[in-house]
Design a binder for this molecule. Structure first.
Ligand code: F6P
Length: 323
C-alpha cells in the first residue's frame, strides 16, 4: 500500500481545500493512506503529519483558505532544510508528496524531487504567474472579488464624479489588474509588465472627464512601477496643475479570502484527480496544470526555470475599450 502526503504552501488560494479533498478521497479510492502536513514546508520540516480519512475532508469544498494551513518557508530554500524535509518524509515511510502552491512552493517540490523523492505539484496561486498552467487555483475567485470592489467603487465614484485608484494583488504579475480592469471597465490600467507614466494616467482620467464620464477608475497592480501609493504621492504633488483629486483603495488580502466559486472548485478538483493519476502511473517531478483547456503535466524543472508571459495584447483591448 502507498502512503502519500499532501501540503499547501505559499499564499493561500480559494480552492486549495477542494484540491486537498480530491487528493485525499481519490488516493483512498486507490487504497492508499493519506497524511496531511500542516503549515506547508515549515510543517514538513517540523514533522507535522496528520492522517486524513474521507470524512476529515468533508465540508471543506466550499471554504476558502486551506484546512492544512500554509506558510512561506525560507528554510526550504536551504540545502539543510531540504534534507530535513526529506528525512521527515522517509521517517514517516511516505512514498510520494503532493504540493499545492505557486512559484516558490514548486521550487521546494523540485528540490525534493532532485533529492530522489517523488513529488507532484498542483498549480495554485491567485497571481496566475505559474508556468505550466494557463490558469491556477484561486485566480477566478480572487478576480471576482476584485471585480465586485471595482463595481462598488464605480457607483460611489459616479455619484461624486470622482477618480478612484484600485490596487490589486499579483506580486510582479499584472494578470489580476489587467483582467479585473477590462471586466470592470477601467479608464486606465497600470501593470508591472508595461512601464506606465503617471502623466499618462492623469491624461486618461482627464479624458474620461472630458468625455463626460461621471467617474474614472484606474486599476493598478501592486507590482507596477507606480502602484497606488506611488500614484497618490504623484497626484498629490501635482494636484494644482492636474486639477483633480484621486482616492485610493488597496484591496490586499481581501482578494485571497473568498469562498471558491464553481470554477475554482472544479479546477482544484480536476487538478487533485490529475495528481493522483500521475502518482498511480508512476509519474512525478511534474506540475499538474491546465494547458489548452485540458489537464496536463509539465516537468517541475521547466516550471521553475520559466516565466509565464502575460498576454499584453489584452492591454490594447483595454485601452480601446476605455474610450
Ligand atoms: O502570491 C499571492 C500573494 O497574495 C501576492 O499577490 C502578494 O504579493 C503576496 O501573496 C502577499 O504575500 P503575504 O500573504 O505573505 O503577505
Amino acid at each position: 500500500m502507498k502512503r502519500i502526503a499532501v501540503l499547501t504552501s505559499g499564499g493561500d488560494a480559494p480552492g486549495m481545500n477542494a484540491a486537498i479533498r480530491a487528493v485525499t478521497r481519490l488516493a483512498i479510492a486507490q487504497a492508499w493512506e493519506v497524511f496531511g502536513i500542516t503549515q506547508g514546508f515549515a510543517g514538513l520540516i517540523a514533522g507535522e503529519f496528520t492522517p486524513l480519512g474521507q470524512r476529515d475532508v468533508g465540508g471543506i469544498i466550499q471554504r476558502g483558505g486551506t484546512m492544512l494551513g500554509s506558510a512561506r518557508c525560507l528554510e526550504m530554500k536551504t540545502e539543510a532544510g531540504q534534507h530535513e524535509a526529506l528525512r521527515q518524509l522517509r521517517a514517516q515511510a511516505i512514498h510520494a508528496l503532493v504540493v499545492i502552491g505557486g512559484n516558490g512552493s514548486q521550487q521546494g517540490s523540485h528540490a525534493l524531487s532532485q533529492l530522489g523523492f517523488p513529488v507532484v505539484g498542483i498549480a495554485s496561486t491567485i497571481d496566475n504567474d505559474l508556468y505550466g498552467s494557463e490558469i491556477t487555483i484561486g485566480v477566478d475567485t480572487a478576480l471576482n472579488i476584485a471585480l465586485e470592489a471595482i463595481d462598488r467603487l464605480k457607483i460611489t465614484a459616479s455619484s461624486h464624479h470622482r477618480a478612484f485608484l484600485v490596487e490589486t494583488m499579483g506580486r510582479n504579475c499584472g494578470y489580476i489588474a489587467l483582467m479585473a480592469g477590462i471586466a470592470g471597465g477601467a479608464e486606465a490600467i497600470a501593470i508591472p509588465e508595461i512601464e506606465t507614466d503617471p502623466e499618462q494616467i492623469a491624461e486618461d482620467i482627464r479624458l474620461a472627464y472630458e468625455r463626460k464620464k461621471p467617474h474614472a477608475i484606474v486599476v493598478v497592480a501592486e507590482g507596477a512601477k507606480y502602484n497606488a501609493e506611488g500614484l497618490i504621492k504623484y497626484f498629490k504633488a501635482h494636484k494644482e496643475r492636474l486639477g483633480f483629486d484621486v482616492r485610493a483603495t488597496i484591496l490586499g488580502h481581501v482578494q485571497r479570502g473568498g469562498a471558491p466559486g464553481v470554477f475554482d472548485r472544479m479546477l482544484a478538483t480536476r487538478f487533485g484527480a490529475g495528481a493522483i493519476d500521475c502518482l498511480a502511473r508512476g509519474e512525478s517531478d511534474v506540475l499538474v496544470g491546465l494547458l489548452h483547456g485540458t489537464i496536463a503535466t509539465t516537468p517541475l524543472g521547466e516550471v521553475v526555470t520559466h516565466e509565464k508571459p502575460l498576454n499584453l495584447s489584452m492591454m490594447d483591448l483595454a485601452n480601446a475599450l476605455a474610450r
